[in-house]
Design a protein. Structure first.
Length: 359
């Protein structure tokens, strides 16, 4: 088995994978769609581990055979360094896959963007951030739904709530990629309202939390809710609701407010808002249970103040800087168009290294 990984951990994975495979082959499982999704999701999460383990075992066998041949014929010794390097590389990859993971990595997310200091410019920047995440989601084939939005006079977002869901079962879902986005994002550029061409600095905030498949495990007492209905807002023209179908739910004990006006009926908006509220309450409960917020959430927005920035978007220099890991790149235009993978890869790598160091 792997040299740097614990045999017991691998044995546990093999046993779990075999058990999941057996469950998936049982027709009775598929009579319960929610259970089938859970099993299928976990089976997909283990697929990269199994694939890497198989490659490692094959590479070890090749290395052992080459060593035996080299003992009899020195000409085979030339193959050893490359085989040894392959084994070492796969061993590291398997260790990384078996490292402690965020239990929500396979989950979908609800993302909120809020304007902060900077007035209309901040609202316009908030809409740019929302567009960036929508474009990134589209690049990955994810489903995007704008649940609620308050539009500023110039067409920016005072605030927006967006649901992003992956398609199919994968080891790493939307949360695994976007969980580091929570925090204050700072922009440096010439606002459209600036007549003298001066560069201004403003900020917008991003809140993000996982939306698991089964948020119904959170118990919500109806007496703790205040539910208001109102007319959906819009810019006019087709599709504007003329009935009081938009729903605002306030959870009185926590003060959490969720609004939804995207669906066509009041009942649909209420059901969707309840799902989002349950996800937010679940995330809050998990944070409260921990002594400190996890590394992935502790940088979320407290106040949308420029001094609490996690990232700066500098338009004059076409530069993006993530202050948590010292990441810098001069492709801001591409990033704002959804090309976030290099940045998110760097954040994920830093997180994995921290998890391994904490073992």
């Amino acid at each position: 088995m792997a040299g740097n990984t614990q045999p017991s951990a691998i044995d546990d994975i093999l046993a779990e994978h075999a058990g999941l495979e057996q469950q998936l082959s049982d027709p009775a499982l598929h009579n319960d769609p929610a259970a089938a999704r859970r099993v299928g999701k976990r089976f997909a999460e283990l697929a990269p581990v199994m694939a890497t383990l198989t490659k490692l075992q094959s590479a070890r066998e090749d290395l052992e055979a080459a060593r035996e041949l080299a003992a009899d014929d020195s000409s085979f010794a030339a193959e050893l360094p490359e085989l040894e390097a392959t084994v070492a590389e796969l061993d590291v990859a398997l260790t990384d896959l078996l490292a402690p993971r965020d239990p929500h990595d396979g989950d979908d997310v609800v993302l909120e963007v809020k304007s902060g200091e900077g007035g209309e410019e901040s609202a316009l920047f908030a809409s740019d951030l929302a567009r960036m995440y929508v474009r990134y989601a589209e690049r990955h084939g994810w489903r995007v739904e704008v649940l609620d939005a308050t539009i500023s006079d110039l067409g920016g977002y005072k605030d927006a709530t967006i649901s992003i869901k992956s398609k199919g079962d994968t080891r790493d879902g939307v949360w695994a990629r976007l969980k580091f986005e929570g925090g204050v994002h700072r922009v440096q550029r010439v606002p459209v309202t600036e007549s003298q061409g001066r560069v201004h600095t403003s900020a917008a905030g991003v809140l993000i939390y996982p939306e698991p498949d089964e948020v119904e495990e959170v118990q919500i007492d109806e007496t703790d809710l205040r539910i208001d209905v109102y007319r959906s807002s819009g810019k006019g023209g087709q599709g504007v609701n003329t009935t009081d179908s938009a729903v605002r739910i306030t959870h009185l004990p926590t003060g959490i407010v969720v609004t939804c006006q995207n669906e066509r009926s009041q009942l649909q908006n209420k059901a969707r808002a309840m799902q989002v509220l349950a996800a937010r309450l679940q995330a809050a409960a998990e944070e409260a249970a921990a002594d400190e917020a996890s590394a992935g959430r502790q940088s979320q927005v407290r106040t949308v103040d420029r001094s609490e920035r996690i990232r700066t978007y500098n338009y004059p220099e076409n530069r993006i800087t993530d202050h948590r890991i010292g990441f810098k790149a001069h492709n801001l235009d591409a990033v704002l168009d959804g090309d976030l993978d290099a940045l998110l890869d760097a954040l994920g790598k830093s997180d994995r290294e921290a998890r391994l160091a904490a073992e």
